[in-house]
Design a protein around this ligand. Structure first.
Ligand code: AMX
Length: 391
């Protein structure tokens, strides 16, 4: 079908689409990734499961350059990130030190930290700002973890040449098995870096950036969007849910699922707004779990849940996708490698998304021959267009 100008009509908006959170309505093109309902997210064409074991730095290069780096480019890019990752500007650090340990949600701290970095650091060059923020996030994350936990700022020097995840774990001063922690976090970061253009946090970041707000201000807005329990904070709820189950006995797990549904509570880790099969990011994490924590109790629970819940949820034809989503396993793995506080899990999600969101903001800034995507301005229709007169 074509419109009056002969252009293809790719979507017809009807009244039914109004007040649905713009579900399914195409608004732009995305160069970094697409989500296939059956096969999940692809970064620049590569199925995410194929990338899971690669260096996070190489995936950031992919999202920015739309191709994987060769060996030399990979080394050069890591070197570039290392150079950008100087110590956090003291001004930014002081802002976080003024917050009371344990107060608020860690996502509030991440957003404040990014905004504070922007105050100290914005250059106005979106690529430089994006890469500077990516390079600084490991230290920002470690600073948040330590300050919020009442342990003070990192007490060892940053060593960004170790790699992003490795430097974070080093700065954290983790006392547990660092190798497992690094392995789990590297996979987590790669799997969560991007998910198309329309998810709430990415969309929010791009919308704010379209008004030419700074990369840092746009990213802080994106992190605030990610912090909602219906969005990024679902990974926190999911581990809490798994811990409530507390058994890997198939019959008991099934009874628990049925009881939750009867009480009209969500079965966390299942279902998706776009996907219509098991999320490959869930499959990749189950594979990792078999490697790093096969005997972990929570891992045993989610293995049973993966079998039982789709069967039970599938009995309800209203549920579009009864299969496991990305959040089913991430909390279990993070807990198994030493991160025992679920409220921090969304900050890892945010850390990963800084890569995809900043790459997408950069793409939109470069659009239309460098003029950028116009400022976002969707149309709202007056619920009641009656003109009133004062008496
Ligand atoms: N448990 C219980 N009910 C579910 C369900 C689940 N896992 N998945 C879907 N449903 C219900 C919906 O609440 C909806 O009920 P309603 O008609 O009474 O409002 C109905 O089934 C139809 O929903 P849908 O079209 O299949 O999915 P949706 O797009 O409305 O919702 C999602 C998607 C993710 C919010 C939903 O599946 C859910 O709540 N899952 C559990 C929470 C979770 O794991 N969230 C993480 C998702 C991944 C992510 O984005 N981070």
């Amino acid at each position: 079908m074509s419109d009056e100008n002969g252009k293809d009509v790719i979507f017809e908006v009807t009244e039914d689409h109004l007040n649905t959170g713009m579900r399914g309505i195409p608004v732009g093109t995305c160069r970094t990734s697409f989500v296939d309902p059956k096969k999940g997210v692809h970064y620049c064409g590569y199925p995410v499961g194929d990338l899971a074991d690669m260096d996070p730095e190489d995936i950031i290069f992919l999202l920015y350059e739309k191709r994987l780096p060769n060996r030399q480019e990979s080394q050069d890019f890591r070197h570039e990130l290392t150079q950008r990752a100087e110590r956090l500007p003291t001004g930014a650090l002081r802002v976080l030190e003024s917050l009371t340990p344990g107060s608020g949600h860690p996502m509030d701290w991440l957003s404040i930290g990014i905004q504070a970095l922007g105050v100290a650091e914005t250059t106005g060059d979106v690529r430089a700002d994006g890469l500077n923020l990516i390079a600084r996030t490991p230290e920002l994350m470690a600073t948040i973890f330590r300050l919020r936990g009442g342990r003070g700022a990192p007490d060892v020097a940053s060593e960004p040449e170790r790699g992003m995840v490795e430097n974070f774990v080093h700065l954290l001063g983790a006392e547990v098995e660092a190798d497992q922690m690094i392995r789990a976090l590297r996979v987590f970061l790669v799997l969560h870096m991007d998910h198309g253009g329309g998810n709430l946090s990415t969309f929010t970041g791009k919308a704010v950036a379209s008004g030419w707000a700074s990369l840092y201000a746009s990213m802080a807005s994106a992190m605030n969007a990610l912090s909602g329990p219906l969005h990024g904070r679902a990974n926190q709820s999911c581990l809490e849910f798994v811990q409530r189950i507390g058994t890997d006995n198939e019959k008991e797990v099934e009874a628990f699922v049925r009881q939750e549904l009867a009480a009209r509570r969500p079965i966390y880790g299942f279902g998706h707004a776009v996907l219509r099969a098991e999320d490959p990011r869930a499959a990749a994490q189950f594979k990792l779990g078999e490697e790093i924590c096969p005997d972990d109790n929570n891992f045993k629970v989610i293995k049973t849940l993966r079998e039982v819940a789709p069967r039970v949820l599938g009995e309800n034809p209203k549920i579009s996708n009864p299969n496991a989503n990305v959040d089913i396993a991430s909390g279990t793995l993070l807990n198994a490698v030493g991160f025992h506080k679920p409220e921090y899990y969304t900050t890892f999600f945010g850390w990963a998304r800084v890569a995809g969101i900043s790459a997408q903001i950069l793409d939109e800034r470069n659009a239309r021959g460098g003029r950028g995507t116009p400022i976002y301005r969707p149309k709202y229709i007056a619920a009641d267009p009656t003109v009133r007169r004062l008496e």
